[in-house]
Design a protein around this ligand. Sequence first.
Ligand code: KG4
Ligand code: ZN
Length: 351
Amino acid sequence: MLVLGIETSCDETGVAIYDTCHGLLGHALYSQTEMHGEYGGVVPELASRDHIRRVLPLIRQTLAAARLELHDLDAIAYTQGPGLAGALLVGASIAVSLGFALEIPALGVHHLEGHLLSPLLSDPAPDFPFVALLVSGGHTQLMQVDGLGSYTLLGETVDDAAGEAFDKTAKLLGLGYPGGPALSKLADQFAQSGWPRRFDLPRPMLHSGDLNFSFSGLKTAVLTLVKKQEMTPQTQAALAFAFQEAVTDVLSEKAVAALSRTGLTRLVVAGGVGANRSLRTALLQKATKMGARVFFPELQFCTDNGAMIAFAGAMRLQSLDFARQKLNNGFTVHSRWDLEMQGVPSAIPKI
Ligand code: KG4
Ligand code: ZN
């Protein structure tokens, strides 16, 4: 089955084609970060308009690179939520219109399910069940994943998401938007520089006894220090390092606590912050020490992309009675959407 995936939930237009027999046949991404950078954050209206400009050329480009035509497709999967309503509507309307014209199903996919399943695009892929640490710009959650659609929330952030905290702290340090990767780069340079550590930031909720997180206090702690210091490049790097170290400690400790609590031995890390090198290293060290394995998506599939949506859609479509799929003539998007509400499809697919 050939599935076209379309992702337009925020500031990246992602398109991909997943073949249930041969895997990923192609993918393309257009990032709007440069455009939003001018405004210091995502401007929803500009995001929607840009998705409109990009999505059809990206579909044509991906099909051509895979030597395929539109009529070769068997189904279309699109991000139905959560995300920016206008941006989601672009992907949804194009997917459903194409599905209608080609007389193939168009299936709405949960964005976080896409992230959660993205490590399954790699080899070796984790088997179910596993614990998933979802760390993106909008979400920070620990999930127990027993199978496709069987998701139990173990803990989540009570305020800012990890990626949001990276971005806001980067802004405080004058690193522009989106600051997560820039802050991480600076922190890594500091770690390699041999300069002495200068700041020790709090580890919020590390000993809370549950699997929840809080990151907004950390950002405030950085703000207090920024106000007191003269901001030299060395101070900036020392603060970036202290922030990254604190976030890494809390995320990795809670992730291994989730493994202990559930008795599971596989940890999957997904979402944009999953690209962070310090976090990857800490998770590998701590999980390996307790005899567990960690699975990461490829770096290019940590942040938003079409491949994860094509893949999640293919898994769901395979588990349904494909022949009886109804054509989707109408659609709706969900800017807020609880992943646990997804539900289990009728059978677990083999891919
Ligand atoms: O998953 P994603 O692309 O979008 C959402 O679904 O939210 O995640 C984007 C987030 C941003 O906050 C970005 O700053 C952060 O992931 N991010 C990173 C790194 N790469 C991306 N944060 C820390 N270190 C990184 N290397
Ligand atoms: Zn995302």
